[in-house]
Design a protein around this ligand. Structure first.
Ligand code: GLN
Length: 542
């Protein structure tokens, strides 16, 4: 019998519900309990694939090609399991499927209503994760904050789940925020009381309250929350800011949340073993020599847009006993010729992106990295800008570009594949999800991976144009990763450079704190050998 843990949020958004849900997964997994996680997003988009990073932050891609919420990245990194499209449900998906059923005539004669038709579809999707994952416990995070209009059907569905599945099989955890009033030097519990009242009005009584706060939470404050919210005191759990997000499972464990859940849900569990996780957290918290990486993007004021890239850099640096210090550099500023900031970094990373804004600055960064022999990792768009730069300045192909940015370029070194040409629907139509990639022996990419084939996740429309492969290869580009039939260049690197490697896929999605991605590990390994004078590395050039 599958057990369900529902995580809701109160008071304000961005209180760390996603990290909390992921941490619950880790503490259960540390007791050898098979877990899976799902995010229910109340917005009406079918998926976040067409949303701007300003609205949504990063779009996380699952192995089966779903464009999902960035919380799925937390879940995968904390639990170490690859999730699927079933792990992210939006109101858009639910309504689309209910309406499609209505049009087919599945409800002939009936009136379609939020309860029971929409709520039934939500419950079906929750149970689907239990079924396909085979997990003993499914953790379901409800996006948004209790009280939001769009969230109501989801809360009603999870309320029904306790009745459907039985009291011993369902647990509700509410994550709230305790604001600090400096004038009186106290943490206030009233917003938490209000949000729990709102939950109760819907018919959900939380079993556990996780209290996020910027300050230590006193016993008195816990007593008050326990009394007013009718939650046992051991289930009022403080979650004060931690140095690293990976510490949260350890903090929850300190408050005995793992045992509380095991008892409440009557789970069969082994002794908790968080030793290796604890060691990893200790490693992250210990101060170390920095390795300075310039991350070139157009959303650098919004680090959530590059969440997985940032985490992958941290994971890889840890393996080298270094601390990744990221310089967030605006590609638009760089394109105005302000490249001096690049002289301060030991490695340059150009992550994924869409649209022309900032592209010339990324190309400028690739030029700087190539000429000054600074290690460069290009991801998706970062591979495309590396190729454009090389074509323009080494092959002297004046005006070389991607047809995404200039459809009349005389040298379309990056172009659409024929099967992308006639697509006129934007959502869910890119090359998405996992594809195999063969690594060419003797290349830096093959050396980084230490194997001959890898599987990596994609999210792009444009590709390396094979019409230009020969001249580019002759001038010093190596196609070091190829699709199995050799037709698609998945990784490209430069000869005569210590480490300039770029991939058409997104390696960051597969990096884990306890098992960094080989390309990131190899990149940081090269970057740490670079002197920060803006030139030269002590690495041999090949
Ligand atoms: N805009 C480019 C494309 O669609 C790159 C996409 C990306 O970086 N994810 O191919």
């Amino acid at each position: 019998m599958t057990k369900y843990i529902f995580v809701t949020g109160g008071v304000v958004s961005s209180v760390g519900k996603g990290i909390s849900a992921a941490s619950l997964g880790r503490i259960l997994k540390s007791r050898s309990i098979p877990v899976s996680v799902q995010k229910l997003d109340p917005y009406l988009n079918v998926d976040p694939g067409t949303m701007s990073p300003y609205q949504h932050g990063e779009v996380f891609v699952t192995k089966d090609g779903a464009e999902t919420d960035l919380d799925l990245g937390h879940y995968e990194r904390f639990i170490g399991t690859e999730l699927t499209q079933d792990s992210n449900v939006t109101s858009g998906q639910v309504y689309a499927s209910v309406i499609a059923q209505e049009r087919r005539g599945d409800f002939l004669g009936g009136t379609i209503q939020v309860v029971p038709h929409v709520t039934n579809d939500i419950k079906r999707r929750i149970r689907q994760v239990a079924k396909i994952s085979g997990a003993d416990v499914v953790i379901i995070e409800v996006g948004g904050t209790v009280g939001d209009i769009e969230g109501q059907p989801f809360l009603e569905a999870i309320r029904q789940m306790r009745k459907d599945e039985g009291r011993d099989n369902v647990l509700y955890i509410h994550v709230t925020f305790l604001p600090y009033i400096s004038a009186t030097n106290e943490l206030k519990t009233k917003p938490t009381q209000h949000s729990v009242n709102e939950l109760r009005r819907i018919g959900i009584q939380p079993d556990v309250i996780l209290c996020r706060s910027d300050k230590e939470i006193s016993e008195g404050v816990k007593d008050k929350i326990s009394l007013f919210c009718d939650v046992s005191k051991e289930a009022v759990i403080p979650l004060v800011n931690s140095e690293t997000i990976y510490e949260v499972p350890l903090l929850l464990e300190e408050y005995n949340l793992g045992n509380f859940i095991v008892d409440h849900l009557r789970l069969k569990a082994k002794e908790s073993n968080l030793d290796s996780w604890r060691k990893m957290v200790q490693g992250l918290k210990t101060s170390k020599e920095p390795v300075i990486i310039g991350l070139i993007g157009k959303y650098v004021e919004l680090q959530d847009a590059y969440y997985s890239v940032r985490e992958a850099l941290y994971h890889a640096a840890l393996i080298h006993n270094r601390e990744a210090q990221i310089q967030w550099l605006s590609s638009e500023e760089l394109q105005e010729g302000h490249t001096t900031k690049l002289e301060q970094v030991q490695g340059i990373i150009v992550p994924g992106g869409f649209g022309y804004r900032g592209i010339e600055g990324m190309i400028e960064s690739a030029k700087f990295a190539r000429e000054k022999k600074i290690p460069y990792l290009g991801i998706c768009l970062g591979m495309q800008t590396m190729i454009i730069e090389f074509a323009r300045h080494v092959l002297h192909a004046h005006g070389a570009n991607s047809t995404e940015f200039d459809c009349n370029t005389p040298y379309p070194v990056i172009d659409l594949l024929p099967k992308q040409r006639n697509i006129n629907q934007k959502g869910g139509t890119m090359r998405l999800g996992t594809y195999p990639c063969h690594l060419v022996t003797g290349t830096k990419a093959a050396h980084a991976y230490g194997c001959s084939t890898t599987h990596e996740r994609h999210r792009h429309r444009f590709e390396f144009n094979n019409d230009f492969r020969q001249p580019l290869e002759q001038a010093g580009v190596i196609a070091s990763g190829l699709s199995p039939n050799g037709a698609l260049v998945e990784i490209a690197e430069l000869k005569n450079h210590p480490w300039m490697v770029a991939c058409q896929f997104h390696p960051e999605f597969k990096s884990r704190p306890d098992s960094p991605h080989p390309l990131f590990t190899s990149f940081i390994g090269a970057a740490k050998e670079t002197l920060v004078t803006g030139a030269q590395t002590s690495l041999p050039i090949s």
